[in-house]
Design a binder for this molecule. Structure first.
Ligand SMILES: C[S@@+](CC[C@H](N)C(=O)[O-])C[C@H]1O[C@@H](n2cnc3c(N)ncnc32)[C@H](O)[C@@H]1O
Ligand SMILES: Nc1nc2[nH]cc(C(=O)O)c2c(=O)[nH]1
Ligand code: SF4
Ligand SMILES: [Mg+2]
Length: 191
C-alpha cells in the first residue's frame, strides 16, 4: 500500500469524536475538493507487516483508514490481516467507490453524485457532509441509510469559519434529522 502518514490521535469529527484511533492515511484521491485540508500526494510503499510494526506501538485497537480516498487501495485482504490481529477498522470515504465488506464502521462524506452513493454503499454508520455557507443541503433521503447524519462546516485550513458554522447551525435547526459536526481536533490543536 502507498501510505502518506500514520498517526495516533482522537477521532476529531462525527459520531465517534474523542475516541482514540490510529489513522492510516493512504495516498491518492479521485477527487480534488477545493476545500480539502489534507496533503495526501506523497507516500511510501509499505507492506502490511511494515504497517503492523508501526501501529502495534500504540495502545489502541481501532484503525481509521483515510486519505486521500482509501477505497482506491483498500481491499478485504488488507482488512483481514488486521482483523486477524484483533483490530477494528473504520473508513472515511467520499462515497464514489464501494467499501470492502470487512470494514466495521463507515463514515461517508459525500462530495459528488449524491444520488449514486446509495447504489454503491447502501448502509453506512454516518453521513458527514461538508458545507460552505450557501451550499444547498440535499434532502436527506437521497443518501444511504445511516445511524446518524452530520453537517460539517468547512474550516479554512485549521481555522473555524464563522459563516460556514452559522449556516450549518441554521440547517440543523431547520431539519432536525441533521446534527452538527465540528473538526474538534483543530479546535484543541491536536493532529
Ligand atoms: C481528508 S478527507 C479523506 C477521506 C475521504 N477522501 C473523504 O473525503 O471523506 C476526511 C474528512 O475531512 C473532511 N474535510 C476535508 N477538508 C475539510 C475542511 N476544510 N473542512 C472540514 N472538513 C474537511 C472531508 O469532508 C472528510 O469528511
Ligand atoms: N483527529 C483527526 N480526526 C480526523 N477524522 C478524520 C480525519 C481525516 O483526515 O480523515 C481526521 C484527522 O485528520 N484528524
Ligand atoms: S475526496 Fe476527500 S481527500 Fe479527496 S480531495 Fe475531497 S476531501 Fe480531500
Ligand atoms: Mg483530517
Amino acid at each position: 500500500m502507498t501510505v502518506n502518514e500514520i498517526f495516533y490521535s482522537l477521532q476529531g469529527e462525527g459520531g465517534r469524536v474523542g475516541e482514540p484511533s490510529i489513522f492510516i492515511r493512504l495516498t491518492k484521491c479521485n477527487l480534488a475538493c477545493s476545500f480539502c485540508d489534507t496533503d495526501f500526494a506523497d507516500g511510501d510503499d509499505m507492506s502490511l507487516d511494515d504497517i503492523l510494526n508501526v501501529i502495534s506501538k500504540f495502545p489502541c485497537k481501532w484503525i481509521i483508514w483515510t486519505g486521500g480516498e482509501p477505497t482506491l487501495q483498500l481491499k478485504n485482504d488488507h482488512l483481514a490481516f488486521f482483523k486477524e490481529r484483533g483490530y477494528k477498522q473504520a473508513i472515511e470515504t467520499n462515497g464514489t467507490k464501494p467499501v470492502p465488506s470487512l470494514i466495521d464502521y463507515i463514515t461517508c462524506s459525500p462530495k459528488v453524485n449524491y444520488s449514486r452513493i446509495k447504489e454503491l454503499i447502501p448502509r453506512v454508520n454516518e453521513i458527514r457532509i461538508p458545507l460552505l455557507n450557501g451550499d444547498v443541503l440535499p434532502d436527506i433521503d437521497i443518501f444511504p441509510v445511516a445511524d446518524k447524519y452530520f453537517v460539517s462546516p468547512v474550516f479554512d485550513g485549521d481555522k473555524p469559519n464563522t459563516e460556514n458554522i452559522n449556516y450549518c447551525v441554521e440547517q440543523v435547526k431547520a431539519d432536525t434529522r441533521w446534527t452538527l459536526s465540528l473538526q474538534v481536533h483543530k479546535l484543541i490543536h491536536i493532529e
